[in-house]
Design a protein around this ligand. Structure first.
Ligand SMILES: Cc1cc2nc3c(=O)[nH]c(=O)nc-3n(C[C@H](O)[C@H](O)[C@H](O)COP(=O)(O)OP(=O)(O)OC[C@H]3O[C@@H](n4cnc5c(N)ncnc54)[C@H](O)[C@@H]3O)c2cc1C
Length: 397
């Protein structure tokens, strides 16, 4: 592996993709700084993540933390029907974590000294040997390599491809978590050891158990996490739903506590009519459900000189394969391997890294779009169909 001692890398975006990248670049000898726009530490974002091996590869030997102490496990795949009847069940081993649990663990390994909060990158410029980054705070930085891991609204993507738009999928994910001990014993028993689906007419809800808000793994203190996909017409209906309680339009996420009350009330009323009773109970008992707009984004290129774009900044995939964080981590690991093999020529490493990651992103987007169509449009989401299983590179992989 080539060592980049004396070289500097900057990572824009301090979430899972950004922190994984930062840790790996530091392993190659770069002096690495991470710039995250959010002013406060992000560890209370609570959403669930279904683990793919690549998401947790950092914890497989390079960290003092172990995967099993950062995640929950279930052993069954189960589809519930009317009256909670089991319409399909098979053995299936999956691990789950929460965004906050992985974030805290990655940040613990990276350290706070070079993790800069409240730094929103507004633009950049490439020079012959460096990249200059400009922040809205007035700060400027120069680096030999810049990795943009700045998510679905990426500054780099908008600068490099100004005409590229994200495409609304036609539905949103309603998300929420409930503490296990707030569920009835019957519902807890039914959902605790399974990846559970409740499928309705052009809709489906997926539920699984994740660590508690502070990473707790004890039964009762863990959280039941769900995503319920519901069709919402583009235009005024979507615009109104994504206008938060302050009257501000939120095109990507309407945060917990910020969704208008009447939409939360409608969600809870619809749950009883459209979902299996156990899934409906989870939705009804959620204090602050929130909305994520499901979109497709794909870039024509991920490398430009000394700039790399990874994760959701490059490809935002519908969540049906549970592979978004895995794609971000895969981009970071592949970049690490190409830089290590490139003998110190950063632009050449980025050029050789790009083709396989572009192909992976395009394949993932095509596959999850087809999954979304089966659920939300054609109503052909069949319990147990292997094509509908999770995986970054195809079902189970
Ligand atoms: C409903 C739903 C369910 C999902 N479920 C799963 C799942 O089960 N498993 C899974 O693997 N994935 C899942 N995902 C996808 C996953 O959340 C994303 O793919 C993943 O978070 C992408 O990581 P990232 O690091 O690329 O970007 P992000 O997590 O979006 O992070 C981007 C970071 O950059 C920061 N930032 C943005 N702009 C700037 C700027 N200009 N300057 C500085 N900082 C900036 C942001 O504040 C943020 O911290 C799901 C997504 C949705 C919508």
């Amino acid at each position: 592996m080539h060592r980049y001692e004396g070289a500097r890398a900057a990572v824009v975006g301090g979430s899972i993709g950004g922190l994984t990248s930062a840790l790996l670049l530091r392993e190659l000898g770069f002096a690495v700084d991470v710039f995250e726009r959010t002013p406060e530490q992000l560890d209370h974002r609570g959403g669930g993540i279904v683990l793919q091996p690549i998401t947790m590869r950092w914890f497989d030997g390079r960290s003092a933390r172990r995967i099993d102490e950062l995640s929950t496990h279930s052993s069954r795949l189960r589809y519930l029907g009317t009256g909670d009847g089991i319409v399909h069940e098979e053995p299936a081993s999956w691990r789950y974590t929460s965004w906050g649990t992985v974030y805290r663990a990655l940040l613990g390994d990276f350290g706070r000294d070079r993790y800069h909060l409240g730094e929103h990158c507004g633009g950049f410029q490439q020079h012959a040997e460096t990249v200059e980054l400009r922040f809205v705070s007035g700060r400027t930085e120069r680096a030999d390599l810049v990795v943009f891991a700045d998510g679905i609204g990426s500054t780099a993507r908008r600068r490099l491809f100004p005409d590229l738009q994200r495409t609304y999928a036609g539905y949103v994910g309603w998300r929420g978590t409930v503490r296990e001990d707030a569920l009835s014993p019957r519902t807890h028993a039914l959902l605790a050891d399974a990846l559970t689906y409740s499928v309705g007419d052009r809709t489906h809800c997926v539920l699984y158990t994740i660590p508690g808000m502070d990473g707790e793994l004890a039964q009762g203190r863990r959280l039941l996490n769900y995503v319920w996909y519901r069709n919402v017409a583009a235009g005024p209906p979507l615009q109104e739903l994504t206008t938060d309680v302050r009257g501000v339009e939120c095109p990507v996420t309407v945060a917990p506590g910020a969704v208008q009350r009447r939409y939360v009330d409608e969600l809870k009323a619809a749950a009883a009519a459209e979902l299996a009773p156990a899934a409906a109970e989870a939705v009804v008992r959620t204090e602050r459900p929130y909305v994520q707009v499901v979109c497709d984004v794909r870039v024509p290129a991920m490398a430009d000189g000394r700039v790399a774009i990874i994760g959701d900044a490059a490809f935002a995939a519908r969540p049906h394969a549970a592979a978004g964080s895995a794609k971000a981590a895969d981009d970071a690991w592949a970049l690490y391997e190409h830089l290590g093999a490139a003998g110190g020529d950063i632009p050449a490493a980025l050029r050789s890294w790009q083709p396989a990651q572009l192909a992976l992103g395009n394949q993932l987007l095509d596959r999850v779009a087809a999954m979304g169509t089966r659920s939300q449009v054609t109503n052909t989401w069949e319990p147990g169909d292997p094509d509908l299983r999770f995986g970054l590179r195809g079902p189970g992989r």
